[in-house]
Write a protein that binds this ligand. Structure first.
Ligand code: ATP
Ligand code: MG
Length: 447
């Protein structure tokens, strides 16, 4: 046998037996986005590398070590598989002048790529669903986005999700805090690990995010950005809180919450769960009022979030939520291949009514693996549909509500057998082919 080629490490297949769970989630997201009037935007998976370097910031984890970047062999362009979608959405907004007649509410769904160490909840190709509101500067839109995500957890039935909120203020406030922070951390340099030392002068805010237990005390006592916020920044945060309070959305203000990308300011937030181990953040977002300008557009404020689809699905599993595999209404048992054309005609009519119909068809070998044509079996290897017993076994396993049996004897009288597979006793009756459409309509309307 020829050697098998494997999938790229950290990049997973979505298999048919699982895909209904994704569709179930996506349908609920589509409904949510419609209710809030966010319209779908689809940008390319590949962008110029410069978009992310400029957009996310050179000293972020993503740009420093997680991007899949390559040179186009033909025209030598530096390209990157998108590690996130906000930069691409902003590029598309600027390039297509989408803000010409006012602000925009948008959402996206799709794969993202980051070269990280694969583990539970962390993959190299993963999927995000995100919402972006561009051109809105007020705290009510921050609140709208948070309420929207909160409503999604409720719609899905998720219970173990909590909201953490913070404000990163404005660049000037951050700069003042940064000086105080560097000063403080330098006084405690002996406790800092290598990564923290490296970040001390590039991105000290990220040090507050450390998971190193030995650094927790120092980090906990570090100067807090919230104490450096201007009255204006504080009032923005307070307004977000006021709307959340009035709408009974619980949250905790976490002064240590910083986000991975440089582009955030003012409101930042994360939805976290305890049920997924260390990959507990299922959704993160915040305001990015400077990004549009930074990417060459006319200055416009913006805010958004992105959720990790794999993590949300994992949490749904943990909480025993989600959908069952969609089973057919009807499974067609066909004892004799001879009747195939008539079977089709009947099944097609049912499908036109909207029923889900699975026809029995066993696995067959490739013709080229069989020998020379000799007996009937070699001439028509596909005509062996299997015993009634094996067909009923398949019908049961399909989860269908009914089996339709197209037996030769019934058909000679213009009838088929309808057998219930879900009533516990397997009640069956004969139904004339003429009446079958009525029967199917009744089944369809039961729904
Ligand atoms: P983390 O701290 O877990 O690395 P992040 O801050 O890098 O997350 P964001 O860039 O904010 O993540 O992306 C938003 C969401 O996308 C995350 O909250 C998470 O649910 C999901 N996500 C991020 N990276 C991955 C990944 N490698 N695999 C699966 N999901 C991911
Ligand atoms: Mg990350």
């Amino acid at each position: 046998m020829t050697e098998k080629i494997k999938a790229v490490k950290g990049m997973n297949d979505l298999l048919p037996q699982d895909s209904h769970r994704w569709a179930w989630l996506e349908q609920r997201v589509l409904g949510l986005m419609h209710r809030y009037q966010y319209l779908n935007i689809r940008t390319p998976i590949v962008e110029h590398s410069a978009l992310f370097v400029r957009g996310l910031g050179e000293v972020t984890d993503i740009v420093e070590k997680e991007m899949y970047s390559f040179e186009d062999r033909l025209n030598k362009e530096h390209l990157t598989l998108r590690p996130e979608a906000t930069a691409g959405v902003v590029r598309a907004v600027v390039e297509n002048n989408l803000l010409y007649d006012g602000p925009r509410r948008m959402f996206y769904m799709g794969p993202m790529f980051r070269h990280e160490r694969p583990q539970r909840g962390r993959y190299r190709q993963f999927h995000q669903i995100g919402a972006e509101a561009i051109g809105f500067g007020g705290p009510e839109i921050d609140a709208e986005l948070i309420l929207m995500a909160h409503e999604l957890w409720q719609t899905l039935g998720l219970k173990d999700v909590s909201l953490e909120l913070n404000s990163l203020g404005q660049p000037k406030e951050r700069a003042a805090h940064r000086l105080a922070l560097i000063d403080y951390l330098q006084q405690h340099e002996s406790v800092l690990d290598e990564e923290a030392k490296r970040r001390l002068h590039t991105n000290p805010l990220r040090i507050l995010d450390t998971k190193n237990p030995a650094m927790q005390d120092v980090v906990n006592a570090a100067p807090k950005l919230i104490d450096f916020l201007s009255p204006q920044s504080l009032s923005h945060l307070n307004e977000v809180k006021r709307i959340l309070d009035e709408n009974q959305v619980p949250y905790t203000v976490n002064p240590r919450l910083v986000r991975g990308m440089d582009y955030y300011n003012l409101t930042v937030f994360e939805f976290v769960t305890h049920r997924l181990g260390s990959q507990g953040t299922i959704c993160g977002g915040g305001r990015y009022d400077h990004l549009i300008e930074q990417l060459g557009g006319k200055s416009a404020p913006a805010v958004g979030w992105a959720l990790g689809v794999e993590r949300v699905l994992e949490l749904l599993l943990e909480e025993g939520l989600g959908s069952d595999r969609p089973a057919p209404d009807v499974y067609a048992v066909v004892p004799d291949y001879e009747h195939m054309p008539l079977v089709f005609k009947t099944l097609q009519a049912m499908r036109r009514l909207g029923l889900s119909v699975q026809m029995h068809a066993p696995a067959t070998p490739s013709l080229h693996t069989l020998g020379e044509h000799q007996g009937e079996h070699e001439l028509k290897p596909w005509a062996q549909l299997g015993s009634m017993k094996s067909q009923f076994k398949k019908a049961d396993a399909s989860g269908a509500s009914y089996a339709l049996v197209f037996g030769a004897e019934e058909l000679s009288r213009g009838e088929v057998t309808v057998k219930s597979l879900r009533d516990g006793v397997g009640a069956q009756k004969l139904e004339s082919l003429q009446n079958l459409e009525q029967w199917a309509k009744a089944l369809q309307s039961q729904g």
